[in-house]
Design a protein around this ligand. Structure first.
Ligand SMILES: O=C(O)CCC(=O)C(=O)O
Ligand SMILES: [Fe+2]
Length: 270
């Protein structure tokens, strides 16, 4: 294994570099159980604190070129049906954040090195129980970083890919909490009634896992509605890297979504 990679990850705690070890097999089993039970598994302290600081500096250096996303969107992509205006499918939720796209993250960055790590892809494959897993080939969205400043948020939504893997680089001081409800829907039932209830009473119904910087999180966001609450007015930025994978090779995200992100233009990050 690349010695640079050894500096990034706490392999003593998470021995991804020893695929045949009992310790790794136990970790995979624990993660699988967590995913099944609560749609999320978290590996705190996966990336060493001194490495996080360097990753943050890398991101800060391209922050001025980030794309600004600022509009209200529904939890679902639009379809051809006429939905009543109060239906949870068409209810819109504010989304405000900067996004650094894949092509803006340099090939020699620490974040890229982590994403390119074969043992990480293999670990994710095992946890998801898939026969194959590949990093996305999307030039825009394979690896991205969301940066949220004061007042920013990410409204309720489902993810379009099966599972999202993220690394929280820095936490907000106030607000900016990830909230979700596990397995609200499945392939057969959208469960709109439950969804309407969640939108109306998130404080009663949504979980708010305490995720700290340095935590690698695997999340079933396609079936579990989720959001990030508004970041406090005087908060430092919240930065989170999102790694995308797919069961099939050469996966790219839909052109419509990419156009939507790019058309919003680049903005100066505060
Ligand atoms: O910022 C987060 O914690 C979640 C991001 C997210 O939901 C997404 O990228 O789809
Ligand atoms: Fe998401």
């Amino acid at each position: 294994m690349d010695s640079a990679l050894r500096q990034l990850v706490d392999f003593a705690r998470y021995p991804l570099d020893e695929p045949d070890s009992q310790q790794l097999q136990n970790l995979v089993a624990e993660c699988r159980a967590d995913l099944e039970e609560r749609a999320l598994c978290a590996l705190p302290g996966f990336v060493r604190p001194e490495v996080l600081v360097r990753m943050e500096a890398e991101i800060a250096s391209v922050a001025g070129e980030a794309y600004r996303f600022d509009h209200a969107r529904p939890a679902y992509d639009p379809d051809d049906n006429e939905w009543p205006p109060d239906h949870p499918r068409v209810a819109v939720h504010d989304c405000r954040y900067h996004q650094i796209l894949n092509h803006q993250i340099s090939n020699d960055s620490l974040l890229r090195q982590l994403y390119l790590c074969e043992c990480l892809t293999e670990f994710v494959r095992q946890v998801l129980g898939y026969t194959t897993l590949f990093r996305s080939a999307c030039p825009h969205l394979a690896l991205t970083v969301h940066v949220g400043g004061p007042g920013d948020c990410n409204g309720w939504h489902y993810d379009s890919n099966d599972a999202v893997f993220s690394l929280l680089l820095s936490e907000a001081d106030s607000g900016g909490n990830f909230e979700y409800v596990p397995y609200v829907r499945d392939g057969h039932n959208e469960n709109y009634e439950a969804l309407a209830d969640i939108f109306a009473r998130p404080q009663d119904l949504a979980a708010r896992p305490p995720i700290r910087a340095g935590t690698l999180t695997l999340f079933k966001g396609n079936e579990s509605i989720h959001r990030v609450t508004e970041i406090g007015a005087a908060s430092k930025p919240r930065r989170i890297a999102v790694f995308s994978y797919d069961r099939a090779p050469n996966m790219v995200f839909s052109q419509g979504y990419i156009e939507q992100v790019r058309s919003l233009g680049q903005g100066v990050m505060t």
